[in-house]
Each structure stands twice: as C-alpha cells, then as structure tokens.
Design a protein around this ligand. Structure first.
Ligand code: FMN
Length: 299
C-alpha cells in the first residue's frame, strides 16, 4: 500500500498502525503474529526489573463497548523479556514498554531492553492496575523519569500517559521538556463493573482499566489537545478499530495509532484492514501521503 509510510522519531513505519502494549502475550511469536497481521510497529507488554505475577482473577471482562482489565503488569522481568524481543528484530520496529516502581527502576529496565536491540522504549507512566505511584499523574515525577531514562539510553523514548492525570496536557509538556521523543496517549482509564447477582465487583482487583471503542472520544480529545501543546510526535491510542477511527486520530495530530482491544474485535489482521481503510479514505479525498492528514483538524 503506497503512501502509508510514516516516520516516527527516526523510525520508518510501513504504515501508521502499531500493536499496543499488553495486548498479545509476551513471546516473540505473538509479536510476530501482529507483524504478519500488517502492523507497522509493535509494542511489547510492559516489563519491570523483577518478575511480577499480576492481580487475582478474573482480570479481563468484556463490557458492551469495551473491555475492563486488571492484569496488573504480570511479566517475567525485563531480562527474560529482552531475550524474546531480541528474537523479533528486523521486519518492523520493535518497541519495548518498561515500568518501574522508581525512577531508577525505569532507567535500569530501559537499559536492559536497549541492549537487546529494541528500536525504541515506551515508558508506561500510566498503569492503573498496580499498587504504587502512577508517575504519569504528576508533571514532576513524569519529568524525573523521562530525564533519567534519556540520560541512560540512546533509542527514542516515548512517554505513555493517562487521562486519569488531572491535566494530561501539562504532563505531556513536561515530558517533552525532559527530552521525550514522543507521547503515547492514552492508557486505559480507571473503571469497574459490579455483578448485580453476587453484588460484588466483577474484577478480582475490583478496579481495572477501561479500553476499547468507548475510550475513543476521550483519547481523541487528549491527542488533539496534546498535539496543540507539544512539537514531538504524538501516538494515538484508545478504541481504534477501523480506518475511520485511525483517520480521526491522524487529523487530531497523531503520527501513528496503536491498536489494542481492536485486535479482539477484528482479529490479528486488524492492522492490515485499518491500513487499507486509511488508504481508501486517502484515495477518496485525494491525499497521496498519510503525513498530509496529520493535524488537519487544527485549522
Ligand atoms: C488486557 C490488556 C493489557 C494491557 N497491558 C498493558 C501494558 O502492559 N502496558 C501498557 O502500557 N498498556 C497496557 N494496556 C493498555 C493498552 O496498551 C492501551 O493503552 C489501551 O488498551 C487503550 O487502547 P485500546 O482501546 O486500543 O485497547 C493493556 C490493555 C489491555 C486491554
């Protein structure tokens, strides 16, 4: 498909769709399935320096317009994950997602995955499902993490933020100021469901993160406002399921979009389908390059 290539912080993507963090398993094989499905880049599940078991079951529940999950960053630790990531290098950019309970842990994990040869690091500053500080709630803490990671690694660093922060735009600006190479907006929003039969919260962890179609208007607003404020690339994430959704994010100012829950709705080939639908829109409207769409809604 011609005209779909985009440049993102120095990486070349064959199309603007990316696998969002945490959606596929932790193995190289599962990331390769997304690459086969047409993804322009893949983001691995977030890893921490030590292995984590995650939260009690049930950790995922489907609701009419989305998903609630409280997986809680279950992962084998960054050293083991880094080995897996090393195995899927080559075809499209591979982005590692790192998480830490301290600035130092973020930086240490980022160094481990960089050594494995990943093309970029996404900082999960916004997981709603673990006990501890959510660094992305605070301009100061987010700035501290980005600054420290930028001191330690050379690959591009993206800061993944949440609209649960009081003011996501100011946090994004602080991350840009600290040297981030891009902003991913947004992670899931804190949410819950209650089973009226048992009169108990459905998720084992009670509260989880909301994703899927219902997240799109919030994510789109965040991308639009962040794109007005920062000059580094913004990656849209939240409810992208169709090419039209992706086009909305591009028009709002995103250079690329990540797809998570959309994989459940449309299968692993969602990346190819969305790319084709973007291409159809471009043809219909007479655009020859995706770049031409980026930020058009700001006129
Ligand atoms: C089951 C599940 C696990 C997730 N795990 C992670 C994770 O490890 N790290 C992260 O940054 N985001 C994680 N997310 C959030 C997604 O990457 C994405 O930001 C969010 O789901 C919104 O996009 P979507 O509506 O396309 O799913 C997870 C989402 C789901 C549904």
């Amino acid at each position: 498909m011609q005209g779909l290539e985009v440049e993102l912080a120095g990486m070349r993507l064959r199309n603007p769709t990316m696998l969002a963090s945490g959606i596929m398993g932790l193995s190289a094989a599962s990331l390769r399935r997304a690459i086969k499905g047409g993804a322009g880049a893949v983001v691995a599940k977030s890893c921490s320096s030590q292995p984590r078991e995650g939260n009690p079951n049930p950790t995922v529940v489907e609701i009419p317009t989305g998903l609630l999950n409280s997986v809680g960053l279950a992962n084998p630790g960054c050293a083991e994950l880094a080995e897996e990531l090393g195995r899927c290098r080559g075809e499209v950019p591979v982005v590692a997602s790192v998480y830490g309970f301290s600035t130092r842990e973020y930086a240490a994990c980022a160094q481990v995955v960089e050594r494995a040869g990943v093309d970029a690091v996404e900082l999960n500053l916004s997981c709603p499902n673990v006990e501890g500080t959510v660094f992305g709630y605070s301009e100061e803490l987010a700035r501290e993490v980005v600054e420290e990671v930028k001191r330690r690694v050379r690959v591009p660093v993206f800061a993944k933020l949440t609209a649960d922060a009081g003011d996501i735009v100011s946090v994004a600006a602080a991350c840009e100021d600290a040297g981030a190479d891009g902003i991913t907006a947004i992670n899931t929003l804190r949410a819950m469901a209650i089973d009226v039969t048992t009169a108990r919260p459905v998720l084992g962890n009670r509260v989880g993160g909301l994703s899927g179609r219902c997240l799109k208007p919030v994510a789109l607003r965040c991308v639009y406002e962040i794109a007005e404020e920062v000059s580094i690339p913004v990656i849209g994430c939240g409810g992208v399921t169709t090419g039209r959704d992706a086009v909305e994010f591009l028009l709002a100012g995103a250079r690329a979009v990540q797809i998570g829950t959309g994989v459940l709705y449309r299968g692993m080939s969602v990346f190819r389908k969305v790319s084709m639908e973007i291409a159809e829109y471009m043809e219909e409207k007479g655009y020859s390059r995706v770049d031409e769409l980026v930020g058009l809604a700001h006129r």
